[in-house]
Unconditional design. Sequence first.
Lengths: 226, 201
Amino acid sequence: MNEELDSQLSAMFDDELAGGECELLARRLSRDEQLKARWGRYAVIGAAIRAERGVRLNARVATGVSVVMRSEPALAAGAVRGTAGARWWRPLAGAAVAAGVAALSILWLRTQSPDGSSVVVAPPLAALPAARAPLPGARAAERHAGDAGAAPSYVAPPAQRGNAAAVPAPELANYVVAHSMFSPPVTRGTLLSSFMTSESGAAGAATVLAAEPVSDPPRDAQSRAQ
Amino acid sequence: MGADESDLSLVRRVQRGDKGAFDALVLKYQHKLVKLVMRYVRNPAEAEDIAQEAFIKAYRALPQFRGDSAFYTWLYRIAINTAKNAVVSRDRSPIDYNIDRNSDESYDMQGRMKDAETPEGLVLTDEIRSIVNAAIEALPEDLRTAIVLRELEGLSYEEIAAAMDCPVGTVRSRIFRAREAIDRRLREVFEGGLGRTEELG
């Protein structure tokens, strides 16, 4: 017999063999009757050295178990529950479920868009608390999106037109003055100059925007497209 | 190398449907289990029956074994429960712990009396012991020390290496050579004389 193999068998018997070698030898041990008999004798030698009193070294336990085992069904691999090797997939399964739910949510949201397009529509500015603040150019952005004939995929920057100031001049003046003392000098200067240049057309812009419904711009945009 | 890796590799094979791997586990632990069960029942033959029953129960429960504890620890619990149930169901009292176990003479006498129904088993056991003891006496000192520290004291290879002031690889080699020398004597006797090699398993 191969001496290296026997040496490995001896080390495996003592739980002193590396895991990979154990796997290979266990496979061979379960099939090789000669190797198994040697393994059994190693156990007998140990029991004899320990002088385990009352224990018969020709114990027929293994023979008896072997006879009973013939009528026992082999364990099915699927019947093994919770072994260390089978637990690796649990975090992956959790991640897969989470990803699936996220994908389904996205698909559901896409089917809920008014025109069935995959564009995420920006919420109506009028519906947002911040939209109630009289910021210049916000309504002009809505109008610009409506002119394009499609729902806007983002809040468009304000179109710099002569009558783009959609806020009444006194309100805008109050806003700028109230915030100017908290704004950095550069921002403050920009706001004031913007206010000054747009003040002349403010009245006209307010008139135009007053005729448009501000609460539902996408629907408005849709009707215009039709 | 990890503790219990050898048992786990066999257990995993059994769990995958390889019944042959379970034989190896039975061969390795049968004596330990019989010794354990003999704390509860007096008769060696009965202890062997209970140990056999414990092994079968363990095999059937093996799909639930997750490897959280060592296989022998798990098997130990099954054997203890099986022995306790056997004692209760057969209305036997546990062994009298007042017996002086340090007295080899009294214990041997008790064991021999209980074992009277299977004299050949007793003879064979005595013969095996004498062969093993003689083989150990004939070993070179370093081999004898290594195998005794391993089997009698239960030291790991690393601990033996520290005790003997040599590398772990040398310990492994010494233990293997000691086993081979003893096994050679055992095989000569059983294959040539008694022809009971299969009974060793």
